[in-house]
Design a binder for this molecule. Structure first.
Ligand SMILES: [Zn+2]
Length: 853
């Protein structure tokens, strides 16, 4: 099917007037579009969906007026405007009148509702146009390359606020209780970046960053939660102006918290919209993780104002350019803001998640052909953001920070207000570095997968070779090659060797001055590849953990687990390896360790579970003893967060009765005096109390969810409802995913959590099978797609068959390769279970006694 628009008619300017009726959930609009007709046409094709077009009028350059008619094509989301006589080439003005619905699907021009403290219901109208939903707000040429200037006017009730991409230039009462709000012209930009928000919203006083006023908007009563976002927002805006060497492209910057929001946030130029958890936070009551999330998202969106908004990808296949870059820049900015957060180390967790998907047969290249709108939505995934961000970081480290930045400046300078492609970025980086960028980078971007670097001793040195890493055997994988910037570090007799090499088509022998005590490949941890050490080298390396950086230890754990999943290492050996880390102090390494034990928990039989719980306790109790339950004044933030993470692991996955008892006591203390418990520990306490709790705790948590004072508090109690273990309580939580008690922006993620839990997954899967149709109707499409990730936890051959049959019979379509990826991830886990169930059960029943180090 043809989804693309012809290029014979292109817009240069839209004047749009919209009048939403929040009560009736409808809107009426009129737009005049300045168009250039390149050759005579009798029809004009543009995008429109779920709109009724009532009149079509064309004023030609020579003053003639022609009436036309509109026919909507539902399947391709286009409107065909037909005219009785040919329209000559030239500059004309097209005027359309239309009406639409403020939908409840959190895309296009939609309706978000919330209840105030006394319980009265309020409505906000907001937009989410990326990727292809501007066409639900107004008829338009809804492709990123068809940039135009937007002059927007909103007619709204006088008591409501109206916000759009640029400053308000006039506000005039209409005389009937409404006002006409006219906004300044935008820069030349893509349709998906247009935004309007209307509702009872309050704004902070502006913080001036150079000439730019920065504000946060939220529903009444939440202004006290905006300080943190303003701080990182102002920092980011200033940081990026300096980094890019170019002023902010808008005339003001508003950041708006919308109670119903499908994604995390959206980079509309000058009017960034967020879900509340990503913008509003009580910084004294939030954990490190919760605050880091706000900082990340704010920095990410502001990075887009240049990279994405000012310079935009030509078509959706290039979305990685926008998102990978914003991800990279987000980390750079947050790392500059709070170096003590060690954000690049934490990024290892995201990089490993991307490797999890990119190790599948059903992966795709970062840049991938996109035709249907549905496939373009599926591009917003780990490969675009996290793999993309990782390979940019790898390139930056290879070129040096300054050279990389100079290339980026060149790229923005050359393409501002326009569109660009990957090759344009390579060209600019190549000009800045005088290096052949495509030769190194193209395989990382245009080919699926990533390499496994194999390290073996050879002579006095080592030999490096590569093949593609996949979890399931793949024909031809051994012959695939990348240009890999490898950094290796070795300890030899007289000190350390630290050496960058480029591993390409041929195996590489690296001579060392003396036989090494140990050698670490992917030193610094920035490479997007896995490493497999020959057994004697692995043994030496695990004996020298203290000499490795946290990110290197993280990668060691993450790579070992992947090799076990791929069948290249017995899982029992992997579990032995985890015992080496009982002295570990880094939070990210613990995230990898605990995550892997959670993975094992999903594939063992019921009667092995108590043994695994024992193993979990053995792994974490040393670190918990060291940290204690209460913070010390000299600790940094990451240590406090680690305490929370480990206590959670001990009390839930480890099912430790003593920890559960203690968590209950601490939680009781918190109820008496909220300042008595550290903000990093509280979320863990809630999770543990739920795991060990019953009906009384359930009732309390439900009430606290409903009466939450901050978005973070709401999330903690909501997800705790999925952590109870009694079937009757879990059934109550399941019902909330479809009965409207939980917002549709959260319900699919709650369901994913229920599917992932070993105590809830069976009930949850039955519930999904019985209710997927209402879910498909109620949930935002992007979140509905992510919900099904939960099926990867249904680890048994019977479930696997059932999942496949369900997807096939009901013709579930999730866009791109999403569904195939979930099915393959499930296959990998079931295959591991089939191969190692007996060995694992035996190991867990009687793990070897390892020396405590
Ligand atoms: Zn983004």
């Amino acid at each position: 099917m043809d989804y693309r628009l012809p290029t014979t008619v292109v817009p240069s300017r839209y004047d749009i007037r919209l009048e939403p009726d929040l009560e009736a959930a409808t809107f009426a609009g009129e737009e005049t579009v300045a168009i250039t007709v390149k050759e005579p046409v009798t029809e004009i094709l543009l995008n429109a969906a779920e709109l009724a077009i009532h009149s079509v009028r064309l004023a030609t350059a020579d003053g003639a007026e022609v009436e036309g008619t509109a026919a909507l094509e539902e399947a391709t989301e286009r409107a065909r405007l037909l005219f009785p006589t040919p329209i000559p080439a030239g500059e004309h003005r097209l005027t359309l009148r239309f009406t639409g619905t403020l939908n409840d699907r959190l895309h296009g021009f939609y309706r978000s509702t919330y209840k105030d403290a006394p319980g009265a219901s309020h409505t906000i109208a907001a937009t989410q146009f990326e990727a292809t939903d501007a066409r639900r707000g107004f008829p338009c040429w809804d492709e990123p390359a068809l940039k135009a200037v937007f002059g927007i006017t909103l007619v709204v009730p006088e008591r409501l606020a109206a916000i759009s991409n640029s400053r308000v230039i006039s506000e005039t009462p209409t005389g009937s209780g409404k006002k006409t709000v006219v906004f300044a012209d935008t820069i030349r930009m893509s349709t998906y970046l247009v935004a309007f928000v209307v509702g009872e919203l309050e704004a902070t006083a502006p913080v001036m960053v150079g000439p730019t006023p920065l504000r946060v908007w939220c529903v009444p009563g939440k202004l006290h939660l905006t300080r943190f976002a303003l701080e990182i927002g102002a920092f980011s805006l200033d940081f990026f102006e300096r980094y890019y060497g170019m002023p902010y492209p808008g005339d003001k910057l508003d950041m708006l918290a919308i109670p119903d929001f499908a994604a995390g946030a959206m980079e509309n130029l000058g009017a960034i919209t967020y879900r509340e958890t990503a913008l509003l936070v009580d910084e004294t009551a939030a954990s490190h993780t919760e605050r880091e999330r706000v900082a990340d998202v704010v920095a990410h969106e502001i990075a887009h104002m240049w990279f994405g908004d000012l310079v935009t990808m030509l078509w959706w296949n290039g979305i990685w350019l926008n998102e990978a870059f914003a991800t990279f820049m987000e980390l750079l900015a947050v790392d500059a803001w709070k170096p003590e957060w060690k954000r690049w180390t934490t990024f290892g967790v995201s990089r490993a998640a991307a490797m999890g998907v990119d190790g599948l047969h059903n992966t795709r290249p970062i840049e991938f052909e996109v035709r249907a709108p549905r496939d373009c939505e599926a591009m917003f995934d780990l490969l675009t953001y996290e793999k993309g961000g990782s390979v940019l970081r790898m390139l930056e480290q290879y070129l040096s920070g300054e050279v990389f930045r100079d290339g980026v400046r060149l790229y923005l300078e050359r393409h501002r207000f326009e569109n660009a492609e990957t090759t344009d970025l390579w060209k600019a980086l190549g000009d800045a570095s005088r290096l052949p960028i495509p030769e190194v980078m193209d395989a990382w971007i245009f080919r699926p997968g990533y390499p496994l670097v194999i390290v073996e001793p050879e002579g006095g040195g080592i030999k490096l070779s590569q093949r593609r890493f996949t979890y399931l055997p793949l024909e031809g994988a051994a012959a695939e090659r990348w240009q890999i910037p490898v950094r290796l570090r070795a300890s030899v007799k007289r000190g350390f060797v630290d050496k960058p090499v480029l591993l390409g088509d041929e195996d590489l022998t690296v001579a060392l001055p003396a036989p090494p005590d140990w050698v670490a490949v992917n030193a610094g941890g920035h490479g997007f590849y896995r490493v497999q050490y020959a057994p004697p080298l692995l043994k030496k390396l695990t004996g020298a953990l203290k000499k490795l950086a946290p990110i290197e230890r993280f990668n060691l754990v993450s790579d070992a687990l992947a090799l076990a999943q791929a069948g290249a290492m017995p899982t029992a050996d992997y579990l032995d390896l985890t015992a080496r880390f009982t002295d570990e102090t880094d939070r990210n390494v613990w995230t990898a360790l605990v995550g892997s034990l959670g993975y094992v928990n999903r594939l063992i039989a019921e009667d092995s579970r108590p043994h695994l719980e024992t193993l979990v306790r053995q792994r974490v109790e040393g670190a918990v003893e060291r940290l204690g339950w209460e913070p010390r004044p000299d600790e940094d933030e990451l240590e406090r967060q680690l305490r929370g993470d480990l206590l959670r692991a001990l009390g839930t996955l480890g099912n430790d009765p003593e920890a559960q008892e203690r968590a209950r006591a601490f939680y009781a203390r918190y109820r008496e005096d909220e300042s008595a418990v550290d903000a990093n520990v509280l979320p863990a306490l809630i999770a543990i109390v739920a795991a060990a709790g019953g009906e009384a705790e359930y009732e309390e948590f439900l009430q606290r969810f409903k009466a939450a004072r901050t978005p973070q508090e709401e999330q903690r109690y909501l997800y705790a409802l999925a952590g109870f273990r009694q079937p009757e309580l879990l059934r109550r939580t399941l019902e909330k995913t479809t009965n409207g008690e939980v917002r549709s922006q959260d319900a699919p993620f709650l369901m994913r959590t229920l599917l992932m839990g070993v105590h809830s997954r069976a009930l949850a899967w039955d519930y999904v099978k019985a209710n997927w149709q209402p879910m498909a109707r109620q949930y935002p499409a992007s979140a509905y797609r992510r919900m099904y990730e939960g099926v990867t936890a249904l680890v048994s051959p019977e479930w696997e068959q059932d999942v496949k049959a369900f997807f096939e019979t009901n013709r579930i379509e999730l866009g791109g390769k999403t569904l195939d990826q979930y099915v393959e991830q499930l296959r990998i886990a079931v295959r591991l279970q089939e191969r190692e169930a007996a060995a694992l059960a035996a190991y867990l029943a009687k793990p070897p006694r390892l020396p405590r180090r």
